[in-house]
Design a protein around this ligand. Structure first.
Ligand code: TUI
Length: 314
């Protein structure tokens, strides 16, 4: 059994976190992951503090195990969302798409363990100085908002830069990826895309179908022009957006073109207007599988690989 320092730190059985996917990760998915021995994470990206409080109550009704809430720092009503997390004394908070520095003291005071997502060594070091519990270093293979570096390049550099635990994310879908991340110095992994096809993940069936049909070159990064690159599945919408970025369209019109696209994908399965966020490993997601089984399968696979080592090394 793989037991790393973050298991004890977070009170979990397996060092595997489920990504807090915007408009996707709810109490059902997060509870299933936490019950399976990982850390389930609810997304607060919808920016509705009342709904977040309900989701927190819902997961507490489903499981006694630890869970987390993810705050998308570019999202709406971030201050109120941050306050709900402190008031509800959520066990763990993860953050994405920015620097959560101003919220760290409030969360720490409330006993919330803070684990920011970083895409560079600079932010990782700043976060360590702010007193966070650990960092998630996320490579650009991931779905959604992406940084510039790959997981392969980012993880060892972040591990060298800080002394707190580093959790790897981006491009990890199975035990091979997990074992590799641990060899790079990470003490755990965060996985998003693989959970999209779990029965506890309530996205539109078209979204699931698109992930299941994806291959290695099915994703595209758009949004660089506006400073927030996002990886999604190639669709009519994402290809059109990619083209528009290189035209004289105004930033406002470009932004308006993508408004509501996450909900259009998740809720409506709308291929014309939807942004189906997914990582480069979508091609490795080939079946529907319960979330708890995913957690256990990945960790068992990694354990076997790490124990066996590489057979041609004497
Ligand atoms: O945040 C994510 N992934 C996301 S957020 C999201 S919602 C969204 N909706 C519409 C448009 C764009 C996004 C979907 N997926 N992952 C964590 C992550 N954080 N990846 C990269 C970063 C990051 C990048 C730069 C974190 C910090 C950072 O620092 C810059 C700064 O502000 O200092």
């Amino acid at each position: 059994m793989i037991q790393s320092p973050i298991c004890e730190l977070l009170g979990i059985r397996y060092p595997l976190l489920q990504g807090g996917m915007a408009h996707i990760s709810d109490a059902d998915l997060a509870a299933a992951v936490s019950e399976g021995g990982g850390l389930g994470i609810i997304s607060a990206a919808a920016g509705d503090p009342v709904q977040l409080a309900q989701e927190i109550d819902a997961i507490r009704a489903k499981t006694d195990r630890p869970f987390g809430v993810n705050v998308m720092l570019r999202g709406e009503r971030v201050q109120e969302v941050a306050q709900v997390i402190a008031e509800k004394r959520v066990p763990v908070v993860t953050t994405g798409a920015g620097n959560p520095g101003s919220f760290v003291p409030m969360w720490k005071e409330a006993g919330v363990k803070v684990i920011p997502v970083v895409a560079s060594t600079a932010l990782a070091k700043m976060m360590e100085r702010a007193g966070v519990t650990a960092v998630i270093a996320e490579g650009g293979e991931s779905g959604g908002h992406v940084g510039e570096l790959t997981t392969m390049a980012l993880i060892p550099q972040v591990c060298d830069a800080v002394s707190i635990p580093v959790i790897a994310a981006g491009g990890i879908a199975d035990g091979r990826g997990m074992a590799a991340a641990l060899m790079l110095g990470a003490c755990g992994v965060q996985i998003g895309t693989r959970f999209l096809t779990a029965p506890e993940c309530h996205i539109h069936p078209t979204y699931k179908e698109k992930v299941l049909k994806a291959n290695d070159i099915s994703t595209i990064v758009t949004g660089r022009r506006l400073g927030h690159p996002v990886r999604s599945l190639k669709t009519k919408f994402s290809r059109e957006y990619a083209k528009l970025e290189y035209t004289t369209i105004s930033d406002e019109d470009l932004e308006a073109f993508a408004k509501g696209s996450l909900r259009a994908a998740v809720v409506d399965g709308d291929e014309k207007h939807g942004s189906f966020l997914a990582g480069q490993i979508s091609g490795m997601v080939t079946k529907e599988q319960p979330a708890a089984e995913i957690v256990q399968e990945i960790c068992t696979e990694a354990e076997v690989l790490l124990k066996r080592g590489i057979t041609w090394v004497n």
